[in-house]
Design a protein around this ligand. Structure first.
Ligand code: LLP
Length: 435
C-alpha cells in the first residue's frame, strides 16, 4: 500500500461504472450526493455482526447523515438511533422512528427535552448540570431511568478535532466525578440504567479496546455502589479508510475482543450486561459519493487547478480536518483511451482559498496535487467517502449556493431522488425586510 499521491484512486464502489456516473449527472445535475442502498445494507450487516448476543444493539449516529430514508433503511435492519440534539431526535421521530428507539446524547439540554422524554426518548446526561436538571424535572417527566455519559479520561480521534475523550474534551462527565454522579442519583432516587462512553471519531482500535476496559471498570464501580446498570454503550468512532492506502478497523477483531471483555466481566460480577455501539461513519462513509463537474481549469507556475462545482459547500471535511477523499475523473466521453494522467489540485467553487479538496494530509492549509486521469472542462469528478458528515455537515449557503440533491441508488439499479436540490429562495426566505 502506498500513500503516494501518484496512485490513482479507483472509482467509488457506489457506482457500477463510469456510465452510471454520467447518467446520474445527466438526470440529476451536479453537484449531487449519491448513496448505494447495497453498500448501506452491507455496512449495517457488518455492524450488526460486531458481536453475537441477543441483547446487543446498534444505534446509528444520525448526525453522520440524517436523511429520513437512510434512517428508515437502518430501522428496517433493526438498528436504533443515537441523536445528538433535540432537533435530531424530533427529526428521527418525524421520519417514523419510534421514540423508544432513540438515545439522546446532547452537549446542551434541548429546550423540548421533557416532551421528548415523555414521548419515550431515552436521555443520556452528559454533565452534572444535565443530570441535576433531569432529576429536578423527573416528576414531570414520568421516568427516573437515566443514562450517563462519562469521559473515561482517554480519547482517540482521526484528528485532534475529532477526539472526544481525555482532559481536553468537554464531552461527558469527567470519570473522577463518579462519586458526585452517585450522590445525585441517590439523592433524587433515579435509576441508572446505562453508562455511555464515546472517545472520538476515527479512533485507534487499540485505544478503543483500552477504553472498553476502562468503561467496564466504571460500570463495576456503579454496580458495587448499588446502582443496577444494565447497559454499556461504547459509542462510535470505528475507523474507516476512505483512500485505498488508509486502513479500516477490523470490526470482527474488535468485536471479539469486546465480547471476551464482557464475558470476563459477567463471570466476575455475576450479572449480565448489555452492549450498545453507535457507529456513524462506519455505516455510511464509503456508501456515499459526490458527482460534480469540472467547470474551469486554471494554471499558475506551480499548480494546475481543476475548479469543480462542489467543494466545502458539500464536503467540509478536507477544509476542516485536511481529510483525504478519493477523487476520480470521469471523462464526459470515453476519449483518452491511453489513460493519460495529470497532476492537479482539485478546488471547490467558493470564493475562499481554503475551498480545496486536495489538501496535504498534514495540514488543511497546504496543497497536495494528486495524479488523476487527464481532465478537461465539463468532465466529471467523483469524490468518494462522502456518505458521512457531508450532506449533514455542509458549509451551507456560503456564496449563496443552494444545497445539493441526494440520490439513492437502489439495488435493482434504479435511482431515487431522496432530497431535492435546494433553491435560492430557501436561502433567503427567513430574512426580514427592514430596509
Ligand atoms: N456517538 C456519539 C456520542 C458521537 O458524538 C459520535 C460522533 C458518534 C457516536 C459517531 O461517531 P463515528 O462513528 O461517526 O465516528 N465530523 C467528524 C466526526 C464528528 C463526530 C462527532 N460525534 C468527521 O467528519 O469525521
Amino acid at each position: 500500500m502506498s500513500n503516494s499521491p501518484s496512485k490513482i484512486e479507483p472509482l467509488s464502489r457506489v457506482f457500477r461504472d463510469s456510465f452510471q456516473v454520467r447518467e446520474i449527472a445527466r438526470r440529476f445535475g451536479t453537484p449531487v450526493y449519491v448513496y448505494s442502498e447495497e453498500l448501506l445494507e452491507e455496512q449495517a450487516d457488518e455492524a450488526l455482526a460486531f458481536i453475537e448476543a441477543p441483547s446487543f444493539k446498534v444505534r446509528y449516529a444520525m448526525k453522520a447523515n440524517p436523511n429520513a430514508n437512510i434512517l428508515r433503511l437502518f430501522q428496517r435492519k433493526g438498528i436504533e438511533i443515537d441523536a445528538s440534539s433535540g432537533d435530531e431526535a424530533r427529526r428521527a421521530i418525524a421520519a417514523g422512528i419510534p421514540p423508544g428507539n432513540i438515545l439522546l446524547t446532547s452537549q446542551i439540554i434541548p429546550q423540548e427535552f421533557i416532551d421528548l422524554i415523555r414521548q419515550g426518548v431515552n436521555y443520556n446526561a452528559c454533565s452534572l448540570h444535565q443530570l441535576e436538571t433531569f432529576a429536578r424535572f423527573s416528576n414531570f417527566i414520568g421516568t427516573r431511568d437515566i443514562s450517563v455519559r462519562i469521559n473515561p479520561g482517554r480519547g482517540s480521534g482521526g484528528t485532534k478535532r475529532t477526539n472526544t475523550g481525555g482532559p481536553s474534551s468537554s464531552f461527558g462527565i469527567w470519570h473522577e466525578d463518579l462519586v458526585k454522579v452517585m450522590d445525585f442519583i441517590r439523592r433524587y432516587s433515579l435509576n441508572l440504567r446505562r453508562v455511555h462512553t464515546h472517545i472520538g471519531s476515527g479512533s485507534d482500535p487499540e485505544v478503543f479496546k483500552k477504553t472498553c476496559r476502562m468503561s467496564l471498570d466504571i460500570v463495576a464501580r456503579f454496580l458495587y455502589g448499588g446502582f443496577p446498570v444494565t447497559t454499556l454503550n461504547l459509542g462510535g468512532g470505528y475507523k474507516v479508510g476512505r483512500m485505498s492506502y488508509q486502513e479500516s478497523v477490523d470490526m470482527q477483531e474488535v468485536g471479539s475482543f469486546v465480547k471476551k471483555q464482557f464475558e470476563d466481566f459477567q463471570r466476575k460480577i455475576g450479572l449480565p450486561l448489555r452492549l450498545e455501539i453507535e457507529p456513524g461513519t462506519f455505516l455510511v462513509a464509503n456508501a456515499g459519493a459526490i458527482v460534480s463537474e469540472i467547470k474551469d481549469i486554471k494554471r499558475t507556475p506551480r499548480y494546475t487547478f481543476l475548479i469543480t462545482d462542489t467543494g466545502m459547500n458539500e464536503v467540509a471535511r478536507p477544509t476542516l480536518y485536511a481529510a483525504q477523499h478519493p477523487i476520480t475523473v470521469v471523462t464526459r466521453r470515453d476519449k483518452n483511451p491511453f489513460k493519460k494522467t495529470g497532476e492537479y489540485v482539485v478546488s471547490g467553487r467558493c470564493c475562499e482559498s481554503g475551498d480545496i479538496l486536495t489538501p496535504s494530509k498534514d495540514s488543511p492549509e497546504e496543497l497536495q496535487p494528486r495524479v488523476l486521469r487527464q481532465a478537461e472542462i465539463s468532465d466529471l469528478v467523483v469524490i468518494g467517502g462522502t456518505g458521512a458528515y457531508c450532506s449533514g455537515m455542509p458549509i451551507a449557503g456560503y456564496n449563496s449556493y443552494p444545497a445539493a440533491p441526494e440520490v439513492l441508488l437502489r439495488k435493482d439499479g434504479s435511482m431515487d431522488l431522496i432530497r431535492e436540490r435546494g433553491t435560492l429562495k430557501q436561502l433567503t426566505q427567513n430574512e426580514v425586510k427592514v430596509i
